[in-house]
Design a protein around this ligand. Structure first.
Ligand code: UD1
Length: 419
């Protein structure tokens, strides 16, 4: 298994081009199942999760062609059961359910299994499909949804933890071909939901209100092919902002949408960093003094759960006491034990991490447990004394395009060791 060696203490300076959003691209690729006509998606990041999604689409019968950031898909004939071997590798595979149900009135995928960031149910997705007229059957580890026809309905997708991002996308994709009007209350407001709605509208769907709590969909008879460019990855961008905060003299992010990053730049400014916005570029510089923070993760437009681990890596070496509360996935703290192995002083109290900043972290062999936790360990390594060995880096390759090369271009010293 590959590992990454991070030589700590190097200063970062320069600019980095941010890739297309993984979390946007995955449901958008799945949405191409809704038409027999060809679709072209650009700015698709080169990541293992994207590879899994394209493999699933291929197995479902789509013709898939890929060339540097561009993917062409034609779903002329499709089957309705996604193969377990691939689905089990990526939870986001569930987002083929909505478009298959919408088009074929039937879909089967394996139920997503346990996951290191806690129990991640899909009950809200299924409740939405049922409201549209589908029956849900669970047997042999699979979930099957089928319907004689889909009818528009009023659906609430609110959960105790906010709304559901992929659930909103899934229900939206099923509803675009349903008869009549569907209203989703408690919809997720994330920019990735808006991006998906924009793609569906480009295919001929009639969706209004994406980006707000209420989305209204007028069903149409069929969709046609469309071209679409995926939005920039706000979580990759946020991760590079934190890298700049941790070790940067001046780091500029290029090709981003700064308004998607406000939830990250505002706390970074509060922590004392200077952040300059210029069109599609953001620059971070150290300020006069670093300050601790109190942050709570929330659905968009709150502070993203996908940035919580990286922020812990920064606050671990920020003087004073910081408090980080995880409201979206309350068990998402696997990185804490690893950061403590690097000398961080963090006490967990239920869904809250109390972080007492230490002057310096020290290198240690650490284990990546999930995608964002592994990014946090690389960020911790940038500031640690010595060489930090991050094991199980396949997690990081699921969601960061060439993170080692991009950080090295900014002045970091990171080696990837092939096992
Ligand atoms: C997406 C993102 C993930 C991010 C998460 C929250 C993708 C591919 N992944 O995941 O990176 O961390 O949003 O911003 O886009 N829930 C239920 N029932 C459901 C569905 C969800 O109770 O049917 C709960 C979850 O357990 C969690 C909360 O709702 O506590 C939010 O989860 P959700 O928004 O669905 O996450 P994903 O869409 O899977």
């Amino acid at each position: 298994m590959d590992k990454i060696l991070v030589h700590g203490g190097r200063r970062l300076r320069g600019s980095v081009r941010i890739s297309g959003s993984k979390n946007s691209a995955l449901p958008i690729l799945a949405a191409t199942l809704l038409t027999k006509e060809p679709c072209t998606i650009t700015r698709v990041p080169d990541l293992s999760d994207i590879h899994y999604m394209l493999t699933i689409l291929g197995e479902l019968g789509c013709e898939v062609e890929r060339a540097s950031g561009m993917v062409q898909i034609r779903a002329e004939h499709v089957s309705t059961a996604a193969p377990y071997d691939i689905v089990r590798k990526m939870r986001a595979s569930v987002c083929v359910l909505g478009p298959l149900l919408g088009r074929e009135l039937e879909a089967t995928v394996s139920l997503p299994g346990g996951c290191v960031i806690g129990d991640r149910p899909i009950d809200l997705h299924l409740r939405g499909f049922e409201a549209l007229g589908a029956t849900v059957r669970v047997a042999g580890g699979n979930v099957k949804v089928l319907a004689p026809k889909l009818r528009g309905a009023r659906i609430s997708l609110r959960s105790n933890f906010g709304s559901t991002v992929l659930g909103t996308g899934n229900v939206m994709m099923a509803a675009v071909l349903a008869e009549g009007e569907t209203v989703i209350d408690g919809a997720a407001e994330e920019p990735e939901v808006v991006d998906l709605a924009n793609f569906l509208n480009a295919m001929g769907a009639k969706i209004e209100g994406a980006g707000s709590r209420t989305i209204t969909i007028q069903g149409v008879k069929e969709l046609h092919g469309a071209n679409h460019e995926v939005i920039p990855d706000r979580i990759e961008a946020g991760t590079f902002l934190v890298a700049g905060a941790i070790s940067g003299d001046e780091v500029a992010l290029q090709r981003i949408q700064p308004e998607h990053l406000r939830t990250v730049t505002e706390p970074l400014a509060e922590a004392g960093f200077e952040i300059l916005s210029n069109g599609s570029q953001l620059t971070i510089r150290p300020g006069a003094q670093r300050r601790p923070l109190k942050i709570s993760t929330m659905p968009y437009p709150g502070f993203p759960t996908d940035m919580q681990a990286q922020m812990c890596a920064l606050l671990a070496s920020t003087g004073g006491i910081s408090v980080v509360t995880e409201n979206v996935f309350p068990n998402r703290f696997m990185h804490v034990a690893e950061l403590k192995r690097m000398g961080a002083d963090i006490a967990l109290q239920g869904p809250t991490a109390v972080i007492t900043g230490v002057p310096k972290l020290s290198a240690a062999p650490v284990m990546a447990s999930d995608l964002r936790a592994s990014a946090a360990l690389v960020l911790a390594g940038l500031q640690a004394e010595g060489v930090t060995e991050v094991n199980r880096v396949y997690h990081i390759d699921r969601g960061y395009e060439s993170i080692d090369e991009k950080l090295n271009a900014l002045g970091a010293q990171i080696e990837r060791v092939k096992a």
